[in-house]
Design a protein around this ligand. Structure first.
Ligand SMILES: Cc1cc2nc3c(=O)[nH]c(=O)nc-3n(C[C@H](O)[C@H](O)[C@H](O)COP(=O)(O)OP(=O)(O)OC[C@H]3O[C@@H](n4cnc5c(N)ncnc54)[C@H](O)[C@@H]3O)c2cc1C
Length: 243
């Protein structure tokens, strides 16, 4: 969060890898504090964008949730920041035999509010952002969570609490501590990236300098040197399309 938070609104929570509710609270507080929320039209969906060459102008058609009415808006510059999801239909690959599966199948995009998985054995298909978010969140409640991945991804277990940042916060004024923690994390990320690029084999087998987190993401006792590798065991030099 030290690198993802806004420079003009330092992240002050001691948890460096934060959960959804904390991030949402931070974004809401920032939007309210800086008056950004007054410029956001909530519950409004752009359903059409038409460009007029003669007028050199866009006309947007807006649908207002729950109101059954449409309005229009014009502009000369249009930035589409609509993300990469299909909100109506998430990616659902065909899994042969799924019809005969007796358990519950859930697509995270349409997560049932009342889904009960306490004490159940769960398989999460995929190893992207959604899976990485789901697995630790479910691990505390489910009997067992298995991540099933097609393409290898590389993941380092890092503590949710950034100990050096915590020390800086105790010793220095909050803004200076935040700037130093941010600079430390940016430098570490850049250096680690370069290390992986230049020494992929060594990076793959290097003992993790990090401490094993407990099941709640808190740093546990210092772990003995161990291998950090992907579940599929492929090297970091392997290139694959996408993220
Ligand atoms: C579970 C999960 C965990 C992730 N974790 C991380 C992480 O830890 N770190 C990281 O860097 N990235 C993470 N990502 C990826 C990151 O969230 C996305 O890359 C990022 O949000 C994309 O930003 P964006 O602004 O392009 O789109 P989005 O964040 O998807 O924003 C698009 C916005 O446009 C709105 N919109 C869409 N269509 C319309 C329309 N027709 N009219 C009006 N509004 C519309 C949507 O409602 C939404 O608010 C994660 C993703 C997921 C799903």
């Amino acid at each position: 969060m030290f690198t993802l938070s806004y420079l003009f609104k330092p992240w002050r929570d001691p948890k460096a890898i934060a959960d959804g509710p904390s991030i949402l609270a931070y974004i809401r507080e920032t939007a309210a504090e800086f008056g950004i929320d007054r410029h956001v039209r909530y519950n409004t969906k752009v359903v059409a964008a038409d460009f007029s060459t003669a007028e050199s102008r866009w006309t947007l058609t807006l649908a207002h949730r729950g109101q059954g009415r449409h309005t229009t808006l014009t502009c000369r510059f249009l930035y589409s920041c609509a993300g990469y999801y299909d909100y109506d239909q998430g990616h659902s690959p065909e899994f042969p035999g799924i019809a005969g599966f007796a358990g519950t199948v859930v697509h995270p995009q349409f997560w049932p509010e009342d889904l009960g998985y306490a004490g159940k054995k769960v398989v999460v298909i995929g190893s992207g952002a959604t899976a990485v978010t789901l697995v630790p969140a479910m691990a505390g409640t489910a009997a067992h969570v298995t991540m099933l991945q097609r393409s290898p991804a590389w993941i380092g277990a890092v503590p949710a609490w950034d100990a050096p940042a915590g020390t800086l916060r105790k010793l220095l004024p909050p803004d200076l501590a935040y700037k130093l923690a941010r600079a430390k994390n940016i430098t570490f990320t850049m250096a680690f990236y370069q290390y992986c690029r230049h020494h992929p084999a060594r990076a793959a087998s290097a003992p993790s300098p990090l401490r094993e987190p407990d099941r709640h993401g808190r740093p546990g006792p210092r772990a003995p040197a161990r291998q950090v590798r992907s579940a599929a065991g492929a090297g970091p030099q392997e290139r694959r399309p996408g993220r």
